[in-house]
Design a binder for this molecule. Structure first.
Ligand SMILES: Cc1ncc(COP(=O)(O)O)c(C=O)c1O
Length: 352
């Protein structure tokens, strides 16, 4: 798949995802000095500190450290829904499209799809999904899932007000709300709001430490104390109970303490790339509240493959997401200079 030799000394400008960041020397030091214990026994002080900090930042009573965003979403859904219950998910959501169908495969949860238009579903569309409770033909929706920022929506950030409207709707109809906040901190920084404002009233939220925040792994589910205690049972069932995991939780703590405010730089770099690509004639769809992603396209499929290969030869790496569309993501290991250089190379290769 890759024509780039990642072992060579020559630098690569790797924009395929914000998951590719490598821990800095300071983060590695925090990891090597971490106090640890057996977290399945609840004896890892670093995990306890990380969970406390995440819960505070999200305005929730408690938090649970899990291995990944996928596991955080799965454990949350398993905690909210039983077999045959419905979870409303966006048709473009990561939970539905990119997590191996875990909610159906492992939870027997019915994925009730709604059009989220690359951000949030509309109340009108949601009303359409609610079925009469006294009719045996219908699975009953128990949960509404939202994604903020929205990955396939170009990194669109939803506002506290937009989220609140859907939380009110869900609670009025007896549904709980889960937010896939893999990049919730990007959404908060982009709008200059506290992460807790984006989680107000939400019943569970999953945040990733391994995306823009730059930790090597780990996510947190933040919710009420009661929910977290129930989620702990599900985490164990899916193999997520870990032992001296403070070693990596320390990287997560470091990330929350040092890498949140700087997400604004990633957003600025993405806007600069976007501008250069647009001026260079590439098709870059508007995202009304953008963050660290840029989706862009060319006219035809053959041209897309040629462009991807030519950029890879010049050591600029990004992903193809559709026959004529690409995605690039800015992150901690991409400097302003590299962002601009990459955009110029893409334009040069596009123009041939
Ligand atoms: C929106 C969203 N949710 C969840 C995940 C899953 O995270 P992980 O790769 O840690 O399982 C991702 C991963 O990129 C994501 O983009």
């Amino acid at each position: 798949m890759s024509s780039v030799d990642f072992l060579s000394e020559e630098p690569v400008i790797d924009l395929k995802s914000d998951t590719i960041t490598k821990p800095s020397a300071e983060m590695r030091r925090a990891m090597s000095e971490a106090e640890v214990g057996d977290d399945v026994y609840g004896e890892d002080p670093t995990v306890a500190r990380l969970e406390k900090k995440a819960a505070e930042l999200l305005g929730k009573e408690a938090a649970l450290y899990v291995t990944s965003g996928t596991q955080g979403n799965l454990v949350s859904l398993l905690t909210h829904c039983g077999r045959g219950d419905g979870a409303i998910v966006g048709k473009d959501s990561h939970i539905l499209n990119n997590e191996g169908g875990g909610l159906c495969a492992l939870g027997g949860i019915v994925a009730m799809q709604t059009d989220d238009g690359g951000s949030l579903p509309s109340v009108a569309n949601l009303n359409y999904l609610l079925h009469p409770k006294d009719n045996v033909h219908f699975a009953q929706a128990k949960l509404l899932c939202l994604e903020n920022t929205h990955n396939r929506g170009g990194g669109h950030a939803s506002s506290p007000l937009e989220v609140a409207e859907l939380v009110d709707w869900a609670h009025e109809h007896g549904l709980a709300v889960h937010v896939d906040g893999a990049r919730l901190f990007n959404a908060a920084v982009a709008q200059k709001v506290e992460p807790s404002e984006l989680a107000r009233g939400v019943d569970s939220v999953q945040i990733c430490l391994s995306k823009g925040l730059g930790a090597p792994m780990g996510s947190l589910i933040c919710a009420s104390r009661d929910f977290i205690e129930r989620a702990r049972f599900w985490r164990k069932k899916v193999g997520g109970g870990l032992r001296q995991v403070g070693i990596v939780a320390a990287a997560g703590l470091y990330a929350l303490e040092h890498h949140v405010a700087r997400l604004a730089e990633d957003h600025e770099n993405a806007r600069s790339i976007e501008e250069i690509l647009r001026k260079g004639g590439l098709r870059v769809p508007e995202v009304s509240r953008p963050t660290n992603m840029v989706y862009f396209g060319v006219e035809d499929e053959a041209g897309a493959d040629k462009l991807l290969a030519a950029c890879r030869r010049r050591r600029v790496v990004f992903n193809k997401t559709a026959p004529d569309t690409f995605r690039l993501v800015t992150h901690l290991n991409i400097s302003r200079e590299q962002a601009i250089e990459a955009a110029k190379i893409i334009v040069e290769e596009y123009r041939g």
